[in-house]
Design a protein around this ligand. Structure first.
Ligand SMILES: [Zn+2]
Length: 388
């Protein structure tokens, strides 16, 4: 687990002064301390702590102020934090109960569940409709993944800051066609004030970039992998001499193999200025005829499509090479690795040890909580900030 979680501590003598009357509608800011009262708690060190009873000078209502690490709940914040930590480590709600009870901490699995969900709900940002306020980035990376929930697949969209990898949001998607991706992504791109979208090769994402006028980087690793596979497959066909379609165009097998190996080389060197070479290669195959319905696509037609696609894709594939910050440094590396890593680390890792989620809201809550902890792994996530 790549997380650093800091547990809340209990300090029986540390109290913070009340600042605002807890009664809704009362603006009272002055309070009289009335008495100390005992409170039984479930904790690893204390069985009971003292709380202060205060009275509001304005409305007369009384309320309690608890010492650091204790709130109105029966379990201390330390125990709630331990429950969250053990759950994130991969234990089921019931297993967390077993571990804590064996350590002498009486907590039921329903309380474990509530501690996890209520902590997760306090994670700031991480939602398309409620992004981290004030945060901006020039490039947003996006990807789609799915998890099992109650016997069904649930599609999740993840958006990240493509420059530093921080997760911006994890959202449930109704589907992944172009319109659905657009409805999800455009508000995020607008809120981040982003100029660039980083994605895999899916057509839906290309449409989002085209229709919003934003530049796009298509993941170079995806394209390289797909191209290598296609080139190898086509080269093997040509070498086996089973297809007459190139002959019809007057192209020799040697020429076709040369074009394919050149494409393979180019897709790995990715020189922005080489787009015209692809155009020239495409033109060689441009007259290949589409096979009639029901017939297999022949080599010539497949080569025509491959060269046309890569020629058109070239600006999106090589964008990262020319996009630089004010100091001349590259801003992105041309891959969508930040998204893929976030899916693997923050959405799938906890999920791996489970048989799937039962509730869609839990999928989102838990994934967001883990991703949020992940974004704070350098200094550690203070669980007290979310549990308080
Ligand atoms: Zn009051």
């Amino acid at each position: 687990m790549r997380l650093k979680l800091l547990l809340p501590d209990v300090k029986t003598a540390e109290f913070s002064q009340p600042k605002q009357c807890p009664r809704t509608g009362c603006a009272g800011k002055r309070f009289y301390p009335r008495q100390m009262v005992g409170k039984k708690i479930v904790d690893t060190q204390y069985k009971e702590v003292s709380a202060w009873r205060y009275q509001c000078a304005k409305c007369g209502c009384t309320f309690r102020v608890y010492p650091k690490g204790v709130n109105h709940k029966q379990t201390s914040m330390r125990v709630q934090g331990m429950a969250v930590m053990l759950y994130i480590l991969g234990l089921s709600y019931g297993a967390v109960e077993l571990v804590l009870v064996s350590l002498g901490v009486g907590i039921g699995k329903t309380s474990v569940y509530r501690a996890v969900q209520s902590t997760a709900e306090k994670v700031p940002g991480m939602k398309q409709k409620n992004l981290l306020t004030g945060y901006k980035t020039k490039a947003v990376g996006a990807d789609v993944t799915s998890v099992r929930c109650n016997g069904k697949w649930v599609q999740l969209g993840i958006s990240v800051d493509a420059v530093n990898g921080m997760v911006l949001s994890i959202d449930k998607l109704p589907g992944e066609d172009a319109e659905q991706l657009k409805a999800w992504l455009v508000p995020i791109l607008d809120a981040m004030d982003a100029d660039v979208l980083v994605t895999d090769d899916a057509d839906g994402f290309k449409k989002v970039s085209d229709e919003t006028g934003r530049s796009q980087q298509v993941c170079k690793s995806h394209v390289a992998r797909n191209t290598d596979t296609l080139v190898d497959e086509l080269s093997a066909w040509i070498a086996s001499n089973q297809d007459r379609s190139l002959e019809v165009l007057g192209i020799s097998p040697e020429q076709a193999l040369l074009d394919l190996s050149k494409l393979k080389e180019m897709i790995h060197t990715r020189i922005p200025e080489e787009q015209s070479l692809l155009e020239a290669m495409y033109l060689r195959y441009a007259n290949a005829r589409k096979p009639s319905i029901g017939n297999k696509h022949d080599v010539a037609y497949r080569m025509r499509n491959l060269f046309m696609d890569r020629w058109n894709l070239w600006p999106r594939l090589t964008f990262y090479r020319t996009w630089r910050d004010e100091y001349g440094h590259r801003m992105i590396d041309g891959t969508n690795n930040h998204c893929e890593r976030s899916i693997g680390w923050w959405i799938k890792e906890r999920y791996r040890s489970m048989r799937g989620y039962k509730r869609e809201q839990s999928v989102l809550n838990v994934s967001r909580l883990i991703a949020f902890a992940g974004s704070r792994r350098a200094r550690g996530l203070n669980l007290a900030d979310l549990i308080a």
